[in-house]
Ligand binder design. Structure first.
Ligand SMILES: [Ca+2]
Length: 335
């Protein structure tokens, strides 16, 4: 008998008690049983199997604390930027790009998304797959679907998507891991995004966004392509204001509401851009005051991945920093 088994026997009662407190007895709950009945009727799941599965789901109080925590102070751009556009995230991005260059180039050929942006997304989301979340997705989504009423509808839909995903991929739904909100793998896809946009980019028969760089890269590029990414177009352009009046329309929307021509008519100085191009004006706070940017179509597409202008500009700036560091490295190596 090894020591672990002996400890298990000695502490059997205690661990059993702890175990049952971690379980919320989801399978016993009427709301879960009603949800299971729906899944059986709508998607042909086996009732006994689902009840057995929810019998294994554990409520994670830490998740409920994270999601209900009062909104943290909104970061200014210069604070947000400091988190993402710096070392070692830049040099790790160069390394990831070099290691996966052939895959990134193939993804660009197929989906039209430049490698720098795919790399930057993976860098911002999970530091190139280093931090992908260690909660079981089953626990995270069950906890939020049944013990977090403010967003129960959203998380029940994602839980359904998740169960469909596991069935389609012929995987055990207790095995996948992700963030406290059920976002998974290199690019942190929620289950509905996985089902809609993940691709098997190395043609091995499965869409593995957790451990397979090829599938992770192809899936992000496909997501961007499907949300309207335009190959080779600029993402965001720093601009100045002839006078302060255009500031009134800064940060008004993430959806593309205006055009470059409209904004230059309001005093935005933006040379070399097509006046007909859709654009928004953004004010980003640096320590010493505002800087202004035009976000173009591809900036909007990045906000479809995460609805934040700070996120989109961080992805853009990180992509440029990685590309510049990579070129400098190549130039240095050639000397
Ligand atoms: Ca694959």
């Amino acid at each position: 008998m090894n020591i672990a088994t002996r400890l298990a026997i000695v502490f059997g009662l205690t661990s059993l008690a702890l175990h049952s407190s971690a379980h919320a007895d989801y399978a016993e709950r009427a709301d879960v049983q009603a949800y299971v009945a729906e899944l059986v009727a709508e998607h042909g799941f086996d009732e006994a199997e689902l009840l057995a599965l929810f019998g294994q789901a554990e409520r994670k109080d830490r998740i409920l604390e994270s999601i209900a925590r009062p909104a943290e102070r909104t970061l200014e751009w210069h604070e947000y930027r400091q988190i993402f556009v710096k070392e070692p995230r830049i040099s790790q991005g160069v390394a990831f790009w070099n290691e996966n260059e052939a895959i990134l180039n193939r993804a660009e050929a197929r989906f039209g998304v430049e490698p720098a942006y795919v790399v930057a997304i993976l860098g911002v989301e999970t530091r190139y797959g280093r931090i992908t979340g260690s909660y079981r997705v089953l626990d995270a989504l069950t906890t939020l679907a049944f013990d977090y009423p403010p967003r129960a509808d959203f998380f029940r839909r994602e839980l359904t998507e998740y169960l469909l995903l596991a069935r389609e991929e012929a995987e055990d739904p207790t095995t996948f891991t992700g963030s406290y909100a059920g976002a998974m793998g290199y690019g942190q896809f929620i289950p509905s995004s996985y089902r809609a946009y993940a691709v098997d980019f190395d043609d091995d028969g499965s869409r593995d966004i957790w451990a397979n760089e090829s599938d992770a890269i192809g899936s992000v590029a496909n997501y961007f392509s499907r949300h309207g990414w335009k190959p080779g177009e600029r993402v965001a352009v720093p601009v100045t204001l002839a006078d302060g009046s255009a500031d009134a329309v800064a940060n008004e929307s993430l959806n593309l509401k205006r055009t470059v021509g409209e904004l230059t008519g309001m005093g935005v100085v933006a040379p070399d851009l097509d006046p007909a191009a859709p654009a928004n004006l953004y004010r980003m706070m640096q320590e010493d005051g505002p800087e202004y940017w035009l976000g173009l179509n591809n900036f909007y597409v990045i906000t479809r991945y995460n609805r934040s202008r700070l996120y989109a500009l961080a992805v853009h700036e990180l992509s440029q920093a990685i590309a510049a560091a990579r070129e400098a490295g190549a130039a240095g190596a050639a000397e």
